[in-house]
Design a protein around this ligand. Structure first.
Ligand code: IMP
Length: 191
């Protein structure tokens, strides 16, 4: 039995959290649609899903379970140099993949694309490993923030440029467990 989502959440009382950008039901519906597209597109060549930690762990978990193919899952952890709320485009790999990508159909699962610098770096890095194909599935894309087109095969939602948290996304490691995506309006640490 599916438990009904509460109309209000205790997160509503947190003064650092602003409006809900994507609600739980919207996420659920869209993840199912994306998974259906992936299922149809990949058919007889099940992809290797590559999640980008930490932010993508919630999305990856939901997406992987909704895809009706025998996918494999691997994770890599990256950190971009820069302050808490901006990225510099210089990316450090904190945990690399366990899987050899040679001749694999790779689908990168990303939580959010802002400037696109992290993703450009990742794409270059992963392409050098000679996969058979490489596509990207991003849950959230901030509108008008990318300097160059990014060739994203699957996009969940295009959202405004505000800093958001929830559904895996954090500010200084907090709020990853918020079940929807909300604007963060609290203090931002500099440095
Ligand atoms: P980009 O390189 O500017 O596209 O930034 C991408 C990375 O920055 C994401 O993978 C996130 O880790 C982080 N990021 C960008 N915008 C947000 C946000 O609004 N909330 C939380 N993390 C974000």
């Amino acid at each position: 039995m599916e438990l009904p989502s509460p109309a209000t959440s205790h997160w509503d009382d947190d003064p650092d959290l602003g409006s809900v950008v994507v609600d739980e039901q919207g996420i659920r519906r869209r993840v199912r649609e994306l998974a259906d597209e992936v299922t149809e597109d990949y058919g007889d060549r099940p992809p290797l899903l590559v999640g980008v930690l930490k932010g993508a762990f919630v999305f990856m978990s939901d997406l992987a379970r909704a895809v009706r193919l025998p996918v494999e899952v691997d994770m890599m952890a990256v950190a971009s140099y820069g302050s808490a709320a901006t990225t510099s485009g210089v990316v450090r790999i904190l945990k690399d993949l366990d899987t050899d990508l040679t001749d694999r159909h790779v689908l990168v699962v990303e939580d959010i694309v802002d400037s696109g610098l992290t993703l450009s770096y990742l794409r270059r890095n992963l392409m050098a490993r000679r996969p058979a194909s490489l596509e990207v599935c991003a849950l959230l894309v901030k509108d008008g923030r990318q300097r160059a087109p990014l060739d994203l095969r699957y996009v969940g939602f295009r959202i405004p440029g505000d800093f958001v948290v929830g559904y895996g996304l954090d500010i200084a490691e907090r709020y990853r467990n918020v079940p929807d995506v909300r604007v963060y309006q609290g203090p931002v640490a500099v440095g």
